[in-house]
Design a protein. Structure first.
Length: 269
């Protein structure tokens, strides 16, 4: 492939837009880290590399060919035209759409729920943190950023392909389904009545009326700017705050989510 203006190149580049993704049922994966994980675990249809990147990342090409994924070699200009952020390694995969029902059928013990999370970097980082903490799934409400947005995909650093990520659900019915599935629903908010450290101290033997982090738990995280709305906090079984020991006014969304998910992971060990 030598023509940066070829129809195939334009079609891959167009997948940066949501309408093209929805029309084609495909999305683009950019960069060696995300593509490496995608070719091992996702429904990847095509891999695009330059001669230089194929030599730099031979394991990606081998894995793709081992799964009978079509491998295309193009010039550096072609790969840059496909994705300025891809470091000359780009894949195209089929959209994945796991349902909340399929997640609950696996009896999850830890789930991250993102309500009205709009920033791609934050959303991707929370998915990555959920994966690292051993969560069983992540859920993004219909009002959140599209998880197949290229910036979200890059921010997950491949974790998007390690755990089911449910999208397009409304918060209230999702919480009701998670609770019916046996999970305690905890909302993370700075105004919470429960201190996260206190909950860790009593995990596994929490008194009545106190959430037990050792139980299966769904954490709900709110919007970057305004957090969780009053009506959203009211849906949870309890509202939990992350203690701030120093002079920081608050923690950003991704940091707070990571702390909460790892607290549950530790309590459930």
């Amino acid at each position: 492939m030598t023509n940066p203006r070829a129809e195939r190149v334009r079609a891959v580049r167009a997948l940066a837009g949501r309408s093209a993704r929805q029309r084609s049922g495909r999305f683009v994966v950019e960069g060696p880290q995300a593509v490496r994980e995608a070719v091992l675990a996702a429904d990847v249809q095509d891999l695009y590399v330059s001669e230089a990147s194929a030599q730099r990342y031979p394991e990606i090409v081998r894995a793709a060919r081992g799964r009978e994924i079509r491998v295309h070699t193009g010039t550096a200009e072609v790969l840059e035209a496909m994705s300025p952020d891809g470091q000359q390694v780009v894949a195209v995969a089929a959209l994945a759409s796991p349902s909340l029902g399929s997640v609950l059928a696996q009896a999850p013990r830890l789930v991250a729920v993102l309500a009205h999370v709009r920033d791609p970097g934050n959303a991707g980082t929370v998915v990555r943190a959920a994966d690292a903490a051993g969560a069983d799934a992540a859920v993004l409400t219909a009002q959140s950023v599209d998880v197949h947005n290229p910036k979200v995909v890059r921010s997950t650093a491949g974790s998007l392909f390690h755990l089911p990520v449910v999208t397009g659900v409304d918060l209230a019915p999702a919480i009701a389904a998670l609770r019916a599935g046996g999970l305690t629903v905890l909302a993370a908010d700075g105004s919470g009545a429960h201190d996260l450290d206190d909950l860790l101290d009593v995990s596994g033997a929490a008194p009545d009326g106190v959430p037990d982090l050792a139980r299966p738990t769904a954490w709900v995280f709110g919007n970057e700017a305004w957090g969780l709305r009053d009506e959203d906090r009211a849906l949870a079984d309890a509202v939990v705050r992350v203690p701030i020991r120093g002079r920081a006014e608050s923690l950003n969304l991704a940091t707070a989510a990571t702390v909460c998910l790892y607290a549950s992971s530790r309590a459930q060990r």
